[in-house]
Design a binder for this molecule. Structure first.
Ligand SMILES: Cc1cc2nc3c(=O)[nH]c(=O)nc-3n(C[C@H](O)[C@H](O)[C@H](O)COP(=O)(O)OP(=O)(O)OC[C@H]3O[C@@H](n4cnc5c(N)ncnc54)[C@H](O)[C@@H]3O)c2cc1C
Length: 267
């Protein structure tokens, strides 16, 4: 039985795990391979404090090595269900099973509604974050698929960065075109040439892992202590909502772990 079980081994989960072990708790991270983290395909991260220019892969590798050196354990696989057992939480990992006294959900944004070309060209012109990647496309043609309320202001931010922007807000049939890099966007049969496609959508429901979890717009509802609606369950990172950014994910992971430690100490 682990003190704290963390679902998801991206920046939020790794940050939570490191804080947990520093607070003398046993902690295990259940995760799919590092390659599944949103940041992995990013060629260049320029806004993470203290690490001015690094690829997503290198940043993750460094975080993971740091976590291992501090004593975090890793359980590979997909968590398929979590159950409240009263005094603990049981987690199914494929055919395996493990238990923790507290749970931290760090499963990232659910991008299961991917459109054609989205996964293949992620990090090669497809982005979910104007603040992170907009400057890479200064002076270039971009398209924004804006399904969030801030779509117009995000498109304006890109224009302010010197990009030319086509904003698409209607639902319809989309495909992102290109082999090695984004070359265009097809919407209802019409092709718009562009070098980047920014997709702004609310992530889908995260409550399929753990029943009874409160979600809002597909994001897990949390308070400032990163407590969810369920006692003993905390959440951090992209799964709790925008902005989808590393610094926010890492900060929330830290807070969630401190709150989980405080919860265990009161038990
Ligand atoms: C192409 C790209 C470029 C980006 N560039 C930047 C940037 O320059 N700067 C910046 O600040 N942000 C950037 N971001 C955003 C950043 O990647 C995310 O905000 C950050 O990765 C969120 O961390 P996380 O730990 O919440 O989620 P993730 O990094 O997505 O990690 C979640 C992990 O949980 C795992 N997981 C999910 N469900 C399960 C399950 N059921 N069982 C086991 N494991 C599971 C996933 O496989 C994944 O490994 C970028 C995102 C993308 C897509």
């Amino acid at each position: 039985m682990w003190d704290i079980l963390i679902l998801g081994g991206g920046p939020a989960g790794l940050s939570a795990a490191m804080t947990a072990v520093r607070r003398k708790k046993t902690a295990a991270v259940v995760s799919l391979p590092m390659e599944e983290s949103a940041i992995y395909p990013s060629r260049l991260v320029e806004n993470y404090p203290g690490v001015p220019s690094v690829s997503g892969r290198e940043l993750l590798e460094r975080m993971r090595a740091q976590a291992e050196a501090l004593g975090v354990e890793f359980l590979s696989g997909r968590a398929t269900a979590a159950m409240d057992m009263g005094q603990s939480f049981g987690v199914a990992i494929g055919n395996d099973y493990t238990e923790g006294r507290a749970l931290i959900l760090c499963t990232g944004a659910d991008r299961s509604g991917a459109i054609a070309g989205e996964r293949e060209l992620l990090g090669r012109g497809v982005s979910y974050c104007v603040t992170c990647d907009g400057m890479l496309y200064r002076g270039k043609r971009t398209a924004v698929l804006g399904f969030t309320r801030d779509a117009e202001s995000e498109a304006q931010l890109l224009r302010d960065m010197g990009c030319s922007v086509e904003l698409f807000t209607k639902k319809g049939s989309y495909a992102i075109l290109g082999e090695e890099r984004v070359e265009g966007l097809r919407f209802n049969g019409a092709v718009t040439p562009c070098e980047a496609v920014f997709i702004l959508r609310p992530s889908s429901a995260a409550d399929t892992l753990l029943s009874g979890l409160s979600v809002d717009g597909g994001h897990i509802t949390v308070n400032r202590s990163m407590e969810t609606s369920l006692r003993g369950v905390f959440a951090a990172g992209d799964c709790t909502g925008e902005p989808y950014q590393l610094a926010k994910a890492v900060g929330e992971g830290n807070v969630a772990a401190l709150s989980a430690c405080a919860y265990l100490e009161k038990q």
